[in-house]
Design a protein around this ligand. Structure first.
Ligand code: URP
Ligand code: ZN
Ligand code: ZN
Length: 490
């Protein structure tokens, strides 16, 4: 029996990812066996070994260890879960007058360290770009750098130009689309006509429309009313929260849900942050509307009191973090099911970038780092705090996102035939969040100083160890593009 490779000593792979044993003459039943752990999937938990061959899971049962030269990873006392999918990230995104500081390299290194093995970014057309132009630009940014598997949602920013391209994008492997109800100044905003039409088209094509739901005209009015030197001096970054009361999100969700209801198009509300939103989704689902909702880790554990602090502007993201009562409703929604995915909406900016605000909250680059801490936050504040079971955690972080985004069962589970994307966590080991030792390319973290369990002790991407002993040991360009056929259902 040989033991699993240490960090930086993975078994050799050829340039195309072929394992060494395939290049030689020996044939082994497994390349790697994860032995003695507790395997957690959305169906339940069981003590089992996991056998891996050619990057795929080929067996999940007891008694695999002990033979034929396979590398053995000792997972005794550990949880063995499917690699997490973060289906909402913005790496190297030109936004708010700057570019988000995590690119496809640092972002996916951070992801790996957080047990995330698949990311979905948003390819956004700029200027007169077509969807295909945006797709090509995003592939050019991502392909050489990405350390884990990835794909894109396609952002529709000009209905008349991009609507006719939707069918082709599905054929090219991108069946999920995005529209923003705000961000007129970025050139990204969609009106009701664009939303209605895109939902109809999604229904025809087996696609899904992801929606940033905030009510733009009333939001603009509230910003205009408060954008005075006196108010900015008095309230500073608190104005970010004060100008986005919960009804800004709720009205927009309500309207998008109406268009989904009448068109029959599948709708997915991204980064839902309010209790009111969760109520609307629950009611719509009860009426049979084809609608799903994701929340993000920050809305579950941070609240708007943070805007009062000296560093309050750092916490500005869009939609902004809300109240403790919203957190409670979102946790409840996760447990009951109307909130079915937790993602991060990673859009990192450094302190220097955030300082661009210079006292004017409308100029803060909006977004937070999050990929490295998603699983630790949900595990520590969800599972260990008894707000959800381990099985539910896997459902919200792995299985549901894989199903909805058309990646299941290749991703999102540990079963015969699935990609061997696997995260091993030590149930009790807590690490202190310290931006200085993190992979993410930011010099701060919303969670700095927090003690969190659930960091990946090991992460495997298609059978290859890319995090060992909490350290990244993968490689740029290892990540593969994931073409998808259709969006899925739960
Ligand atoms: O603050 C955020 N979320 N920045 C990224 C853009 C978006 O709306 O998701
Ligand atoms: Zn958004
Ligand atoms: Zn986003």
């Amino acid at each position: 029996m040989t033991y699993a490779p240490a960090c930086g000593q993975n078994q050799p792979f050829a340039a195309d990812g072929t394992a060494a044993h395939q290049l030689g003459t020996t044939t082994m039943a497994f390349d790697t066996i994860i032995a003695g752990g507790e395997v957690i999937t959305a169906d339940g938990r069981k003590k089992a070994d996991v056998g891996i061959k050619d990057g795929k899971v080929t067996a999940v049962k007891k008694g695999l260890a002990g033979g034929n030269g396979a590398a053995v990873i000792d997972a005794k006392g550990k949880y063995v879960i499917p690699g997490v999918l973060d289906v909402h990230v913005h790496l190297e995104l030109p936004f708010c007058g700057t570019t988000s500081s995590d690119d496809f390299n640092t972002g996916t290194r951070a992801a790996a360290r957080g047990g995330v093995t698949t990311v979905i970014d948003f390819a956004i057309p700029y200027g007169e770009d077509s969807l295909e132009d945006a797709y090509k630009k995003w592939r050019a940014k991502a392909d050489p750098k990405t350390c884990i598997d990835y794909c894109f949602h396609m952002a529709i920013t000009k209905w008349d130009r991009h609507g006719p391209e939707m069918e082709k994008m599905v054929e090219m492997g991108c069946p999920t689309f995005k529209e923003f109800m705000i961000y007129e100044s970025e050139g990204w905003q969609s009106d009701d006509r664009a939303i209605f039409n895109a939902l109809e088209k999604c229904k025809q094509l087996g696609g899904m429309l992801l929606m940033h739901a905030e009510s733009s005209r009333v939001l603009d009015e509230l910003i205009a009313r408060n954008h005075t030197p006196e108010k900015m001096k008095k309230y500073g970054a608190q104005l970010h929260g004060m100008t986005r009361p919960n009804y800004i999100e709720a009205e927009a969700i309500q309207r998008a849900v109406k268009w989904a209801e009448v068109t029959g198009g599948r709708l997915y509300i991204v980064h839902m942050s309010t209790a009111e939103g969760a109520d609307i989704i629950r009611d719509a689902q009860a009426r049979g509307v084809d609608v799903y909702a994701e929340t993000c880790a920050q809305y579950l554990v941070l609240d708007d009191a943070l805007f009062k602090g000296e560093d309050g502007h750092l916490y500005a993201c869009c939609p902004q973090i809300k109240k403790k009562s919203d957190q409670q409703r979102l946790w409840k929604g996760l447990k009951r099911g109307e909130v079915c995915v937790v993602s991060t909406d990673t859009c990192s900016f450094t302190r220097e970038q955030k300082a661009m605000w210079n006292g004017d909250w409308t100029k803060i680059p909006m977004g937070l780092p999050g990929l490295e801490t998603l699983l630790p936050i949900v595990y520590t504040h969800g599972v260990l705090a008894e707000r959800m079971s381990l099985r539910q955690m896997v459902e919200k972080l792995c299985t549901n996102p894989a199903k909805l985004m058309g990646l299941y069962p290749q991703k999102g589970t540990i079963a015969k035939g699935s990609d061997a994307d696997i995260t091993i966590i030590d149930p009790k080991k807590k690490l202190k969040v310290d931006p200085a030792t993190m992979e993410t390319n930011t010099d701060w973290s919303p969670y700095a100083g927090w003690k969190l369990a659930g960091f990946a002790e090991k992460t495997l991407s298609r059978g290859r160890v890319i995090v060992d002993d909490y350290k990244f040991c993968g490689e740029n360009g290892w990540g593969k593009w994931l073409p998808r056929k259709k969006a899925g259902k739960l």
